[in-house]
Write a protein that binds this ligand. Structure first.
Ligand code: HEM
Ligand code: HEM
Ligand SMILES: [Fe+2]
Length: 480
């Protein structure tokens, strides 16, 4: 029988300290991401803003690369955080893990500086090696790619060795297998071919099989761990769901990849394959959504029947973010993804602001939310607090950030709708049509609202940082 997780057993462990180092860099990069988004949003409205000083192409690139990198940091942090709890032993090789952290962080700092200061000039073979690989979301130059592989190998070794040494829970088994797939997929984005269709074909393996398969399984494992830890959910139940999700996500996610192959010059059979399997992708997302809420209700019901007061919520803000994750994943990936996944629809929506609407809500709902929840668990562990309640700042943070992102999503959906009707349906999708559609009032007003909602999101972010920096001290004092 597996031992249940004791809240404070590994509080203050080296693995958890390393987790906090990763979380700190993650939150800084998250802030940078939002600032870049605001600059890019303003440039939609005032194209001369910072023109040739800090171009839209650069702001947008840093925005989405920072997004991917902060999430990877928070994911590594989350693993280091839960590893000793799940395995029942301290993480193996923590000294090496810390070294890898500093190497990675130094490399990220250099890459960001190069992104910001050196992006204009002739494209040569050396450009791929030193400046930019030119692959959306994972633009890091090749030297950094190789460095990332080395750092990830160290990380994976630590996780795997700890797994072999300690107890093998279902959550951990899924994580260890999933991380291997997640890391392995990065390799598909590292080589170069002259044929642009082929290049895109492989590039999608990274970004799609990350967000629609391996990352989804990863956050499924985090949600399972979080529920056990925060509300004492029954391990058997959450783990059973986790295994079902693994099965379904890999089933639909791998062939669902076809929805990115409609218009890039790959064979036409992808239309049918992509349509069918990507349309099935929301099924596991719905199951995940039901799972979190069902488990919680069931636990409360069992407690009530036994005459107990119901499970104590051990971390209010983390739980709030996990519940937001269930809704957000369902809406952003499931609903907004399904909207445009059939080729009959996608021929009109492809590459419009509709895509950006989906991209924002999905990345936020499925990943940002639960990773922020893990940061709250991190703070709880760092201060060794038994029970952490939401503060006013926690509530402002979750409300403003969620409201802001939903607001941006609605605005972008309206902009996309206008593009579909005017640019695609009416004017036939030419170059000129693109610019005509961008000047009409529905589009411009939507872009104004997106910018306003972006500011709301940013204010929420300030509350979030403020809360993460203060909630631990406050709660520790209250407990004493
Ligand atoms: C959490 C999971 C998901 C995330 C984070 C996500 C994110 C994204 C992002 C960022 C893009 C834009 C890519 C680009 O810049 O070219 C995109 C495209 C797309 N996504 Fe998702 N997605 C997720 C799940 C889904 C699901 C489940 C579906 C289908 C049911 C879906 C359908 C699509 C389609 C059809 C496109 C292509 C849009 C176009 O043609 O312009 N996505 N997704
Ligand atoms: C301050 C708030 C934000 C603002 C103002 C903002 C603004 C922008 C802008 C202007 C773009 C370029 C869109 C284009 O090329 O048409 C963009 C792209 C993107 N942003 Fe944001 N953003 C914000 C927050 C976020 C958040 C919180 C996330 C996810 C967690 C996110 C994820 C993305 C993604 C995935 C893309 C690429 C979408 C695509 O190519 O379809 N952004 N954002
Ligand atoms: Fe996809």
């Amino acid at each position: 029988m597996l031992t249940s997780i004791k809240t404070n057993e590994f509080a203050g462990s080296e693995s958890k300290k390393l987790a906090m180092m990763y979380f700190r860099v993650a939150i800084i990069l998250f802030g940078a991401q939002l600032l870049m988004g605001l600059i890019a949003a303003i440039q939609f409205l005032a194209p001369n803003f910072l023109f040739e000083v800090f171009d839209f192409s650069v702001a947008r690139m840093v925005h989405i690369n920072a997004l991917v990198v902060w999430m990877l940091y928070a994911m590594i942090g989350s693993v280091y955080y839960l590893l000793p709890d799940e395995a029942g032993v301290e993480t193996v090789g923590i000294g090496l893990g810390k070294l890898a952290f500093w190497v990675l962080t130094a490399a990220v700092a250099v890459v960001v500086l190069v992104y910001i200061f050196i992006q204009v000039g002739p494209g040569k073979e050396s450009t791929i090696w030193l400046i930019n690989e030119g692959r959306e979301y994972i633009e890091a130059p090749r030297w950094a790619d190789i460095g990332i592989v080395v750092v990830v190998l160290i990380f994976y070794w630590n996780v795997f060795a700890t797994y072999m040494k300690g107890q093998k829970t279902g959550i951990l088994t899924v994580l260890v297998a999933d991380l291997l797939a997640l890391a392995g997929l990065y390799l598909a984005g590292m080589f170069f071919t002259d044929n642009i269709s082929m290049d895109q074909y492989w590039w999608w393996w990274v970004i799609h099989l990350w967000v629609e398969a391996t990352w989804e399984v990863f956050v499924g494992a985090l949600a399972a761990y979080g529920l056990v830890k925060i509300i004492n959910a029954k391990r058997e139940i959450v783990e059973m769901w986790l295994w079902i999700e693994v099965l379904m996500l890999f089933g639909s996610g791998i062939l669902g990849l076809g929805h990115h192959y409609f218009w890039i010059g790959t064979p036409e059979y992808w239309w049918e394959i992509g349509a069918l399997f990507s349309a099935l992708e929301p099924v596991p997302l719905v199951a995940m959504f039901v799972h979190v809420l069902y488990d919680w209700g069931k636990e409360q019901g069992i407690a009530k029947a036994e005459g107990k007061p119901g499970s104590v919520m051990k971390n209010g803000p983390a739980m709030a973010w996990i519940v937001t994750n269930a809704f957000g994943n369902f809406l952003g990936a499931g609903i907004w993804g399904f909207f445009h996944t059939l080729p009959q629809v996608n021929i009109y929506t492809h590459g419009t602001q509709f895509t950006a609407a989906h991209g924002h809500l999905a990345f936020f709902g499925a990943y940002a939310t639960i990773l922020i929840g893990m940061m709250y668990l991190g703070v709880q562990g760092a201060y060794g607090i038994e029970r952490m309640k939401a503060t006013f700042k926690s509530k402002m943070a979750i409300f403003l950030i969620t409201f802001g992102v939903i607001g941006m999503t609605i605005a972008l959906t309206i902009a996309g709708y206008e593009q579909v009707l005017v640019e695609r349906a009416e004017l036939g999708a030419g170059w000129n049509a693109f610019f005509v559609a961008q000047d009409l009032p529905w589009y411009v007003q939507a872009q104004i609202w997106r910018t306003i909602m972006g500011v709301v999101t940013f204010v929420g972010f300030i509350y979030l940082v403020w809360d993460l920096l203060t909630i631990g001290k406050k709660e520790a004092k209250a407990a004493a």
